[in-house]
Design a protein around this ligand. Structure first.
Ligand code: SOE
Length: 382
């Protein structure tokens, strides 16, 4: 077998996403034929002990405690940003200027204004780039995309999507700091709009095209929480729930909702799309199933099909076990990395690129603006 080109990865961040990405670098070359062999070269974290622990567990060869030192290293080919949202822009721009490939956790940035120079930097440097909107790579979602691209749905009338969680309902939960920066708007940019709705929006832009205008409402149910960095009770700055109506460029109408206050729901990401000839449904808690209805089926057998997307001729599944057996959440990152490395080997980037991440940030900006203005708002940059 010819030797694969080694691709030295420098990871920044060691939380939940640091683990998921590290797993993808280890597993992708085992299941996919890739032009590169990823090497876990260095992990960077502000606390050296944490970085060392993480490196020992995942097999990173070295540790850094300053991301600038990591970006300067000549032996690093790819910078992976899995640190909180307020760090994405500076790191990504420096990495692109140093000529590295850049993979960034979602959302790309805290706002479109912050994301724009990131897009300029990667495009000017001509480096491969992507944003980890992993749910596009669920096999059932990839199959839905294929069916849509084949024109089976006809004109699209409706799109609906929700992301429901319940982990912030307790008043006793503090905000801010290492584990809870998602509750601090200064670090995260926003609450569920940038964290959860961003997934719904990325997938909708991918499946149904650009969104032109939105009207939104947001709510912060718990107004004050103890801040982990100061120990003091402080106003909560994020949105706890966010919902919006919108119009797509293709003329379809849509409803979106995300919340961390839907008691009983942990990560219920759902979507439904209704076209002139076909409709489809999908939800993350039953992620292998695609609901599909085709009005052109003969009347006597017409009805909703529940397609278990686990067969070798369905997207990605031929790389895994035998037909009918399932894969997990972590596989979506493995698929995304495999697609990225195959494209990078041919000198290209695949979606979601930084430019696609910016498109999502334009929509989340419009959602937050509309919630404040209580008016319909145009989505910029479309
Ligand atoms: C929040 O709880 C979160 O972990 C998001 O940050 C992820 O992007 C989402 O996939 C699951 O929920």
């Amino acid at each position: 077998m010819p030797q694969k080109k080694r691709l030295n990865v420098g990871l920044i961040g060691y939380g939940f996403m640091g683990k998921v990405h590290s797993n993808a670098y280890l597993q992708a070359p085992r299941f996919f034929d890739l032009p590169y062999q990823p090497v876990l070269k260095a992990v960077c974290a502000r606390t050296p002990e944490k970085a060392k622990e993480f490196a020992a567990n995942w097999g990173y060869e070295s540790v850094e405690s300053d991301w600038r030192a990591l970006v300067r290293r000549a032996d690093i080919d790819l910078i992976d940003i899995a640190s909180p949202n307020d760090t994405h822009a500076e790191i990504a721009i420096a990495a692109a200027q140093a000529g590295k490939m850049v993979c960034c956790e979602k959302p790309l940035a805290r706002s479109a204004a912050e994301a724009r120079p990131m897009v300029e930097a990667v495009e000017k440097a001509g480096v491969a780039n992507m944003v980890w909107y992993n749910y596009r790579r669920v096999p059932a979602v990839a199959l839905l995309k294929k069916l849509l691209d084949e024109g089976r749905f006809g004109r699209i009338f409706h799109y609906r999507s929700q992301f429901l969680q319940d982990w912030t309902i307790s008043q006793d939960l503090p905000q801010g700091g290492q584990a809870l920066w998602r509750l601090d708007a200064a670090v995260a940019g926003s609450g569920v709009t940038g964290d959860l709705l961003a997934h719904n929006i990325d997938m909708a832009l991918y499946l149904n095209g650009p969104i032109t205008e939105v009207t939104a409402m947001t709510e912060t149910f718990i107004k004050e929480r103890k801040h982990n960095l100061t120990g003091k009770v402080a106003p909560v700055t994020i949105d706890d729930a966010s919902a919006f109506l919108c119009r797509f460029e293709n003329g379809s109408l849509a409803m979106f909702e995300a919340t961390r206050y839907a008691r009983g729901h942990k990560a219920l990401f759902t979507l439904e799309i209704n076209g002139e000839r076909s409709s489809a449904t999908w939800d993350l808690h039953d992620m292998h199933r695609l609901g599909y209805f085709d009005h052109r089926d003969p009347g006597e057998v017409r009805g909703w099909r529940s397609i278990h997307v686990s067969d070798g001729d369905q997207p990605y599944m031929g790389h895994w076990w035998v037909p009918g057996l399932q894969i997990g959440y972590e596989a979506t990152f493995i698929h995304q990395l495999a697609d990225f490395l195959i494209a990078a080997g041919g000198g290209k980037s695949i979606g979601p690129t930084f430019r696609d991440g910016l498109a999502t940030d334009y929509v989340t900006d419009a959602v937050l603006k509309s919630a404040r203005s209580r008016q319909w708002e145009k989505v910029e940059g479309q």
